[in-house]
Design a protein around this ligand. Structure first.
Ligand SMILES: [Zn+2]
Length: 244
């Protein structure tokens, strides 16, 4: 398994092909951030590595971040994305989730012992997307909320104006790098500025043929500072005129 330790107490590991989860360990408690596709028995994996109590959290409700939830008794997840967790359980197990879902909300702070984890808002990719700021490490766990290729697709995504507000708020947070759920290595905070600059000069092009995400979804690309921002956006979510 591809496991990296980008900061002390932080293990970023590949649960399935290009799907990453993160284990954060303090002296007194730990957090498992996302449960991947569910291919790996993460309960066993955790039991082998964690001797303290721990919480399991979902950055958002997409299937490749919640697949292993069923291995645990309770999972903390953003409330706006709970319908996604319930729909996934119905699809895979033909029944409601067999675990308790508890609310994960921006502003919650977890003292893990020598390591403080603060839940922050990353609304955009989904209406409920959250991040976990590891304050002493100046590292943000961002799920899919800040991916260099950022997807705003489907009913669960938030309009573009919400994404702008999120990026502006994230820029003010005290961190240097962030971990994405689909990249092995930390990404520099400067990527947030590139995304914001991209929103100022968005050129949404209709896909040639039906694009990978269907005919309503447009793509825009922007490069600066050696970084590339790509946005795939459902046209339904382009509310820029209303936001002015
Ligand atoms: Zn996602």
């Amino acid at each position: 398994m591809n496991v990296r330790e980008p900061a002390p107490g932080v293990l970023h590991f590949e649960e399935d092909y290009r799907v990453y989860c993160t284990l954060v360990r303090g002296q007194d408690a730990a957090i498992l951030w996302d449960t991947g596709q569910g291919r790996l028995d993460l309960k066993d994996w955790m039991d082998a590595r964690v001797t303290t109590p721990y919480r399991v959290m979902n950055s958002h409700g997409h299937a490749d971040h919640i697949g292993g939830n069923r291995r645990f008794d309770r999972v903390y997840a953003p409330r706006p994305d709970w319908p996604l967790l319930e729909a996934y359980s119905n699809l895979t197990d033909r029944r409601p989730p067999a675990y308790d879902i508890l609310p994960l909300e921006a502003g919650q702070v977890y003292d893990l012992g020598g390591l403080t984890a603060r839940v922050v808002d990353l609304t955009g990719h989904t209406a409920g997307s959250l991040g976990l700021l590891l304050e002493e490490r100046r590292l943000l766990l961002a799920g899919d909320g800040l991916n260099p290729t950022l997807l705003l697709l489907g009913q669960e995504a938030a309009p573009l104006s919400f994404l702008r507000r999120t990026l502006e708020e994230v820029r003010a947070l005290p961190f240097d790098e962030y971990l994405s759920s689909h990249s092995p290595r930390p990404i520099p905070k400067a990527m947030v500025d590139v995304h914001l600059a991209h929103l100022d000069c968005l050129r949404l092009e209709a896909p040639s043929h039906p694009g990978p995400y269907g005919p309503r979804v447009c793509r825009s690309q922007y490069k600066a500072a050696g970084l590339r921002s790509v946005l795939w956006i459902d046209r339904r979510l382009d509310d820029r005129e209303n936001a002015l």
